[in-house]
Design a binder for this molecule. Sequence first.
Ligand code: PEP
Length: 263
Amino acid sequence: LVSREHHVERTVVTVGGVPLGPGTLTVIAGPCAVETPAQTLAAARLAQAAGASLLRGGAFKPRTSPYAYQGLGEAGLRILADVRDETGLPLVTEVIDPDGVRLVAPYADMLQIGTRNMHNFALLQAVGEAGRPVLLKRGFGATIEEWLMAAEYIAQRGNLDIVLCERGIRTFETATRNTLDISAVPVVQRLSHLPVIVDPSHSGGRRDLVLPLTRAALAAGADGVMVDVHPDPATALCDGDQALTRPEAAEVAEAVAGLAPLM
Ligand code: PEP
């Protein structure tokens, strides 16, 4: 269902009225995690400075360590909904288990499946039935074929509004958190009609890499990028090292504005 054999023309997925796919260069930005109403609103303003037309933010955080900040849960979803109302930015937020879909879907314009859950087939099937577009991140240990098969699990339940997100894979390299697989962008675009975006924040794990990786992603033909921003990265409860503040956010906006989208 997600292959170009099934559907030759590349697909545009519409998220809360915002088109994402060929002919667009969409920026999704926001805090890695929702912490407080003020932090989330300030981050949404930074997202706008980065040229974002969609707001990201995690209320449920599947962290590697059980001792790390796990998110505010439903209270975080309420904050995100308020900030969406205030800014007009449709909301992309993560859901981490099948039972959570019923809770998260009414708040979300797009449901995110994180890298650690790409193989969670029950969750993929649940979001396939949730009536919301899905942002499917690549598993950090998944091949492109496994990633596309994960998308197939969603599509098989009747939901073809899927956007794929390359977010880096695990390699022997330790200089970056993960290795951004730039070749995945054109490879996936040849195999699948679904839009493909890149997350330069979670792949590199470093603020100084977000702009060059954004440029690389867009040069490779990505349909957009998803970046983390934070009003005060030094105090961030989650992934502050990669969060952009206003000057870097403006550089991302400039890099995107300077390019023409691919069809
Ligand atoms: C995120 O986008 O909030 C996130 C945790 O990313 P990933 O699943 O790619 O690590």
